[in-house]
Design a protein. Structure first.
Lengths: 540, 415
């Protein structure tokens, strides 16, 4: 990472800073494409390599992800000896928003559903989503405009069919969420309030305070717990199972509670394992949940699923940079949408705050590289998010609309009403993922991938509010489709024979086989090696 | 000459449904010889020592003789059996897809030798490419002068491509007959044998695709040539379907009697990740197990039989150290339990019960009583069904008990 410590020291910059009602807008001289090419982390030199094995052989991929996709499996035939088999119709892997939505729809359609989650139900990035969820429900807004905004922000790399389906789903998604019991911020007439996301043409993000995702997860979790869905918690999937024709037929779960493996035989599998943030691509801090370690990508790739856009990641502009222990924590884009400026060490605005995320992040990185950043004694760097200025213009609004920001201020000992938080881009989202069709079905029969693990919807850059929309839209679609198509499916045999194919390919391509995947837990939390952690070891 | 792919999978044969390409080399030559003197065909096949390559190893000429003897029958059927659905076997689908004319010519010569007038290609619908290739090839064949020539001799000869129901059991010869009659593929009791009472009561011959594929080559090159292809006492070549823990699995046409070690180490490029060989499930799961001490066994019908095993379809599923034999056998028996047509109670309940006992033992919930039951069932079940499905399930169980009893005992002790 090209951090440049030639910025201005924190104390000095803070003394220079004062909250002002008006700051002149930035004059942008650099063309957006040039800005991205020069400063966006996706363009860091030597970070992209070509894959050597699998369905995407020869295609570009970030080297950290490539190492994981081309890693050896964690298990072998011998690990499965004596493993009990759990029978179900539909196995959902992942207990976040997409997984819950899929499981609920499938169970409603009458299928037997088992939901496996790495940690607890609801431990996910869904709860991290703050800004809101997009739906063209305002007067004067249309799904067509939503479609065009999404395609444009994704630099025209999106799968248009998927985007069209999603934006048309959006109003119904909001209706369904309200039926589930989710609350949204309302005006005095009871209408849904909306705010504008960066890079969009209309205010269409509906929200609840600045913890929309948490509220969403609350109701989905309640709904799942009150259904007949079987929940297997603390059970990360370590491998998918294939039938005799190579179709997905279940998964191998590692039960963390009793250190054993369970096989789940399912007619179809819905993978909703989320993203990749905890792999700390390019060594960036991340806003992501502990479990976001690209498991789903690795498992699906081994079974032969085609992936896409593996060289494109989203860095959210406003991740907290100081204090150090809070690094990477997210401050919602909603704060900028509400009118907060971003200022460099000289107190100047340097970019349109509501440009697309990749554009804004690149501009922040430029300020830091070119010596206009603010440096802290512990080596962090960043720019100001001018919340005190917003407080001057709109008194009381921050406290009312952004309680999570106020809470974050308390945790970090910086009151955002008086002192501007120091922000720096944080690894936020994996733009690419598994190639899917409008039902969430991947290129492998019986394998659905929904939510962040899937790719194609956001092209090379996502806009705020489309992630929450995507997980519910495609989660519901996959659940319905899987339930409707599981009748008559009968797997004669379930096995991990596809791992032999993987090992064969790796051997023939002379690849190292010392790394084992999926990662399951971040590097900082390797429980298996921690002899003090008795809970995970008692049977070994 | 290179031992690999010299006859059936020779590049001249693998032209797909392209009649011109096929005729530009060897295509049609054998048919001309056969048309000149059909009566010499059965003695030639007998002399060559061609055997049923679908797993039985039954001398082909005998089956042909039964049919040829039915001189009074007006309608006679040949079923070219390509239902192939055993895990680990994948040879017929290649022959059908890549060498359709080799199959058609072989079947036609067989029809000439036995006065058969209905040829039915019976193909597993899951092999969509094979089905499409055969359909295209039959259409081309019927429009060609070869067919006109044949019709001069047997004017009533007709071809049909029939997609089977896709059930495993549909590959059994009497089940195939039921399927062709438009019914569910329930195997029939024998006797009467198909040669006496087959499709709609007419004499019927059922031959495997690989067996028929050899016919044109034998007619063209003679019996001695065919016998010389094999190693030792064996004749001809065999397509081995190699799968499991080897570096390069695949289908390899090699001289009949090629040692197992050559197949694994030379053609399969050795064990995957240099693991140790633990066992080889031969001929697909309906057969038995070979162990590392059998690595030198020549892979032909008689030599394999001497090692308490069967060559079967030529499928070799290689299993390395670390694989649980109990689990593997449980999987195979579960496959049989799911494939049982349900006509015969001992098979329906027997295979299911054996699978359940094996799963219990594998998951650490088995007892000595369960193991005793398994041993007992191995004695009771064989021969109790109309077809050999239940025997197949017991074969693999019995063989695993013989070679890996320690592993079963250990699985029980662990509880």
């Amino acid at each position: 990472m090209s951090k440049n410590n030639q910025g201005i020291a924190y104390d000095k910059a803070l003394k220079k800073y004062s909250a002002r009602k008006e700051v002149p807008a930035a004059e942008e001289t650099l063309a957006p494409e040039t800005l991205l090419k020069q400063f966006h982390p996706d363009y860091f030199p030597d970070s992209i390599i070509n894959l050597k094995v699998g369905a995407n052989k020869g295609e570009a991929c970030h080297h950290q992800l490539a190492a994981m996709l081309q890693s050896d499996a964690r298990i072998d035939e011998s690990d499965l000896a004596g493993a009990p088999i759990i029978e179900t119709d539909i196995l959902v892997i992942g207990g976040g928003g997409a997984g819950c939505a899929a499981a609920l729809m499938a169970a409603e359609a009458g299928a037997r559903v088992t939901l496996a989650t790495k940690l607890r139900l609801g431990d996910s990035n869904t709860v991290m989503a703050e800004g809101g969820i997009q739906a063209s429900i305002e007067q004067g807004d249309t799904p067509q405009m939503h479609f065009e905004d999404t395609i444009k922000a994704g630099h025209h790399f999106s799968d248009k069919e998927l985007v069209a389906e999603m934006v048309m789903d959006a109003p119904e998604v909001i209706r369904w969420l309200i039926q589930q019991g989710m609350q949204f911020d309302l005006d005095k007439y009871g209408d849904l309030l909306t705010r504008r996301a960066g890079g969009t043409s209309a205010a269409r993000v509906v929200y609840y305070r600045d913890y929309t995702g948490l509220e969403m997860m609350r109701v989905l979790r309640e709904a799942v717990l009150n259904s007949n869905i079987e929940i297997l918690d603390y059970s990360p999937a370590v491998e998918l199972l294939a039938n005799e024709s190579g179709h997905c037929a279940g998964a191998v779960l590692s039960s963390l509670k009793d250190c054993s493996y369970n096989l789940v035989r399912a007619k179809s599998v819905i993978v909703a394992t989320g993203g990749i943030g905890r792999m700390h691509i390019n060594q960036f801090p991340t806003s992501n949940h502990f479990g976001a370690t690209a498991d789903g990508l690795v498992l699906a790739y081994r079974l032969g699923a085609k992936l896409r856009d593996l060289d494109s990641f989203q860095y959210h502009p406003s991740g907290l940079s100081h204090p150090q222990h809070m690094a990477g924590h997210l401050i919602t884009e909603g704060v900028r949408s509400a009118g907060a400026y971003m200022l460099n060490a000289h107190g100047e605005r340097f970019v349109g705050e509501l440009k697309t995320r990749d554009h804004v992040s690149s501009a922040i990185l430029r300020e830091c590289v070119e010596g206009r950043g603010i440096t802290t004694p512990d080596g962090a760097i960043g720019v100001w998010l001018d919340t005190p200025g917003l407080e001057l213009r709109e008194p009381g609004m921050l406290a009312q609309r952004f309680p999570k920001l106020i809470e974050l201020g308390k945790k970090s000992g910086i009151n955002p009403l008086k002192v501007p938080p120091l922000i720096y881009p944080t690894l936020h989202y994996q733009n690419g993922g598994v190639v899917i069709d409008p039902n969430g079905l991947s290129s492998v029969k019986g394998l659905y991938c929904v939510g962040e693990v899937s790719g194609g919807i956001h092209g090379k850059n996502r806009i705020m509010g489309n992630a929450l929309l995507e997980i519910i839209s495609f989660g519901r679609r996959s659940g319905e489709h899987a339930a409707a198509n599981c009748h008559g499916v009968k797997h004669k045999k379930i096995s991990i024979e596809h791992l032999s194919d993987l090992r064969r390919e790796l051997t023939q391509a002379n690849m190292p086989m010392d790394l084992q995947g999926p990662l399951l837990f971040p590097e900082c939390a390797k429980f298996e090696n921690d002899s003090d952690y008795d809970g995970l070891h008692k049977n070994r | 000459m290179q031992p690999l792919n010299q006859v059936l999978l020779h590049k001249d044969c693998r032209v797909g449904p392209d009649l011109t390409a096929w005729r530009s080399t060897i295509g049609g030559k054998a048919l001309k010889i056969a048309l000149d003197d059909p009566s010499s065909l059965i003695p030639l096949i007998k002399d060559a020592g061609l055997r049923g390559l679908g797993g039985s190893g039954f001398p082909t000429y005998k089956k042909w003789e039964f049919l040829a003897a039915k001189k009074m029958a007006m309608e006679k059927y040949l079923i070219c059996n390509g239902n192939e659905d055993e895990p680990g076997t994948f040879k017929d689908r290649v022959l059908l897809e890549e060498t359709p004319f080799q199959v058609i010519e072989g079947a036609t010569i067989c029809a000439l030798a036995t006065n058969i007038n209905h040829i039915i290609f019976y193909i597993n619908p899951d092999q969509t490419a094979s089905l499409a290739s055969m359909r295209a090839a039959v259409e081309l064949w019927e429009a060609s002068d070869l067919y006109t020539e044949v019709k001069k001799k047997t004017p009533r000869l007709k071809y049909r491509v029939h997609a089977s129901s896709g059930h495993y059991i549909g590959g059994e010869e009497t089940a195939a007959i039921e399927s062709i009659e438009g019914k569910f593929p329930f195997p029939r009791g024998k006797p009467p044998f198909p040669a006496d009472f087959g499709v709609f009561g007419h004499p019927t011959l059922v031959n495997n695709i690989e067996t028929l594929s050899n016919v044109s080559h034998i007619v063209r090159n003679g019996a001695e040539w065919y016998r010389d292809l094999g190693l030792g006492d064996a004749a001809g070549t065999k397509i081995y379907s190699l799968s499991g823990d080897v570096l390069e699995p695949g289908f390899y046409e090699l001289p009949m009697g090629t040692p197992l070690s050559d197949l694994i180490n030379i053609y399969g490029k050795g064990m995957l990740l240099d693991k140790k060989l633990k066992a080889v499930f031969t001929g697909g799961p309906s057969n038995t197990i070979l162990t590392p001490k059998d690595i030198d066994v020549p892979l032909d019908f008689d030599s394999v039989l001497k090692r308490r095993s069967h060559l079967g379809t030529g499928a070799m599923i290689v299993v390395s150290e670390g694989t649980s034999i109990v689990k593997r056998v449980a999987e195979y028996v579960s496959f049989f339990a799911a494939s049982s047509c349900g006509q015969c109670p001992p098979c329906k309940t027997g295979t299911y019960y054996v699978a359940q006992l094996l799963n219990n033992i594998d998951t650490g919930q088995g007892s000595q009583a369960d193991l005793d039951s398994l041993i007992n069932l191995c004695k009771i079940l064989p021969g109790s069904g109309r077809c050999h499905l239940v025997d197949g399930a017991v074969n693999v169980l019995d063989s695993s008990l013989y070679h890996f009893m320690d592993e079963y005992r250990h699985a029980i002790k662990a509880t």
